[in-house]
Design a protein around this ligand. Sequence first.
Ligand SMILES: NC(=O)c1ccc[n+]([C@@H]2O[C@H](COP(=O)([O-])OP(=O)(O)OC[C@H]3O[C@@H](n4cnc5c(N)ncnc54)[C@H](O)[C@@H]3O)[C@@H](O)[C@H]2O)c1
Length: 348
Amino acid sequence: MHHMAQSQQQNYKMSKSPIRVLISGAAGQIGYALIPLVAGGQVFGLDQPVILHLLDIEPMKQVLQGVVMEVDDGAYPLVHGVVATSDYQQAFNNVQAAFLVGGFPRKAGMERKDLLEKNRPIFVDAGQALEKYADRNVKVLVVANPANTNCLVAAAHAPSIPKKNFSAMTRLDSNRAQSQVAQKLGVAPVKVKNVLVWGNHSVTQVPDVSYATFESADSKQLPVAGSVDEAWVFGTFQPTVQKRGAAVISARGLSSAMSAANAAKDHMRDWFLGTPAGEYVSMSVVSDGSAYGVGKDIVYSFPCVCKGGEYEIVKDLAVSDKIKELLKKTEQELVEERSEALPGFSGL
Ligand SMILES: NC(=O)c1ccc[n+]([C@@H]2O[C@H](COP(=O)([O-])OP(=O)(O)OC[C@H]3O[C@@H](n4cnc5c(N)ncnc54)[C@H](O)[C@@H]3O)[C@@H](O)[C@H]2O)c1
């Protein structure tokens, strides 16, 4: 027993000082699945203690207290403190990472426009709180829908935080896409690399296997495109990935939470700790107009590599005409969302 406890502790090298990590919507479903990943060291590493900042709205206070009790009861070696609050100053104070998961949910009969309207003030507040209280190098991941445009709204209200510190989540879409490809090829997901998702986290997103490779049973790296046909890519794969969120809702009666938290973990971990050599990840980031003809000042999912806590857009991939057309459509949707969410917008 004694020996086991000792060796378990040796996995945690707590030489670093703790970082403050905000999770908004912490009393919700994704929060419940994400907190243990952050507390357990799966996002920032087993050597990085954390102080959890858990934010939810006042009516959720009691539920949030219950979540805090469970964090306490986990006795997580890496958790050096918990701040549970509905106060934005407390929640955003000195945070170095922010998972913005809390938002107004889509209700039956709500249009995208209504969802944008309900979430705009939440992300105006989040942007202003980041501006006032957060660490200047805070890394922000927006999960709450409409994620890309919520992220743009926050960025637009935090002028002194670099635009490169804002991102929205398309990693769940690309993880779904990777898994669909793996199933089609009959290999484990880990054998498949560089499946991408471009554009908006919505049905216009563009899942893309053009640059994907997989490891065959005899350990060869092969292009995915050589093993699947176009009819499958455009007729089955893309719509399956685009509609996967809706399929989970109809099966579970609730939206994806386990897989969403898992993707948030993957996104933030890769951003903080780096991507493996030769691998791209899909991240929705502020376009500066320099890649793939996508206009500036929308939050668009691009292939990215991360190193030293920074992402770079991979800019030199050859895009087919068919994919180019789809990239335009999803860009157009983001431009429309921007004009609905930020009327009179004149640039970041
Ligand atoms: N980007 C993606 O891939 C992806 C995937 C799944 C879900 N989502 C989105 O993530 C969000 C959360 O999903 P969920 O299943 O956890 O929902 P949920 O309703 O279970 O939890 C959301 C929580 O946010 C809280 N909240 C509402 N307004 C808030 C505010 N102003 N400040 C702080 N907290 C606030 C709510 O009280 C609730 O506890 C939704 O917007 C959902 O659409 C995104």
